[in-house]
Design a protein around this ligand. Structure first.
Ligand code: PHE
Length: 344
């Protein structure tokens, strides 16, 4: 019997030793400790044995069973440890590998221009105003001296939302909003913002672009104030030696109206491809606030005078950086934008 028990033990220990999975180990456990195990078989064979025999064999069988169970539980611990180590190995991170390169964004060239313009005007005592892009016809046109049916409406093809509401075609409605809010007090603001026109997009046109509006209203404002202000602006934007000139123009909300040219910053005025050999580059529209606009907003035009101007942000930015296609600003091509990193 003892030989038999030893055989069982040796075999069981061998099997346990060679088990590599929990499944296999469970099978071994079921086989050697269950009702039909070889050990139970031996106990059954003892039916006819003496009490003494039963005692010794029973005890020996129990010891074998205990040894087997102990070996199984040791093996289980070993398998668990192996499982953890395998997992750690499989998920190991090589912290010395170089990381991904994260591309760093930079301030958009249009925003840089806006920031610079704002700095220039704030240093001259202006406040920054804002207005909505979805605007009422009354502010975008009517109170700017462009009644319904006025031919000047054709100068700016519009996106209408309904009969009275449109996407603003210019930042000039902020003039009206600012005057109404100021309720008869002096006004000195600039307002940057997006505007919308029904234009076909090409290298120099976009259905959506940005403007900077300027408005000064006070008691003794003259055209020299306008000229002095824009002269400072152009020197700061395009260099100390820049001159400006006014050409007569037409806007319904200014009288007189002017087109403002700056002397070419590339050739200094001698004539080159940049200024189309004229020595001058057209940069913005301006004029003295029309009496009808002042009156409409509650300012007596006999007492109050003002000047206003509107500049295209894209155009100024294109001139400064020699950009030949306005669409570059909107396509978010990283290679284009990266060129302006850190630059003004
Ligand atoms: N709003 C005009 C335009 O978009 C520009 C402008 C503004 C002209 C203010 C005169 C005064 O064309």
């Amino acid at each position: 019997m003892n030989t038999k028990l030893n055989e069982i033990l040796t075999k069981a220990l061998e099997e346990i030793e060679s088990a590599t999975t929990f499944l296999k180990l469970n099978e071994i456990k079921a086989f050697y400790t269950g009702k039909k195990s070889p050990l139970s078989e031996i106990m059954r064979m003892l039916t006819n044995a003496t009490i003494e025999e039963k005692k010794t064999i029973g005890a020996a069988s129990n010891r074998v069973k205990q040894q087997i169970e102990e070996a199984i539980s040791n093996k289980r611990v070993a398998l668990e440890e192996k499982e953890i180590n395998d997992k750690l190995q499989a998920e190991a991170l090589d912290v010395t590998l170089p990381g991904y390169e994260f591309k760093k964004g930079s301030i958009h060239p249009l925003n840089k221009t806006i920031e610079e313009l704002e700095d220039i005007f704030v240093s001259m005592g202006y406040s920054i105003a804002e207005g909505p892009e979805v605007e009422i016809d009354v502010f975008n046109f009517e109170m700017l001296n462009v009644p319904k049916g006025h031919p000047a409406r054709d100068m700016q093809d519009s996106f209408y939302i309904n009969e009275n509401i449109l996407m603003r075609t210019q930042t000039s409605p902020v003039q009206v909003r600012t005057l109404l809010e100021a309720e008869g007090k002096p006004v000195k603001i600039v307002c940057p913002g997006k505007v919308y026109r029904r234009d076909d997009d090409d290298a120099t046109h976009s259905h959506q672009f940005m403007q900077l509006e300027g408005l000064v209203v006070d008691k003794n404002i003259t055209m020299s104030d306008l000229k002095g202000t824009l002269s400072v602006l152009m020197k700061k934007m395009f260099g100390e030696n820049r001159k400006i000139r006014f050409k007569p123009s037409y806007f319904p909300f200014t009288e007189p109206s002017v087109e403002v040219d700056v002397s070419c910053f590339k050739c200094g005025g001698k004539g080159c491809s940049m200024c189309k050999h004229t020595g001058w580059i057209e940069v913005l529209g301006a004029g003295m606030v029309h009496p009808n606009v002042l009156k409409g907003a509650g300012y007596d035009p006999k007492v109050w005078k003002g000047f206003a101007f509107g500049a295209g942000i894209e155009r100024l930015t294109m001139l400064r950086h020699n950009i030949d296609d306005i669409r570059n600003f909107y396509t978010n091509d990283y290679r284009f934008l990266k060129q302006f990193e850190g630059e003004r």
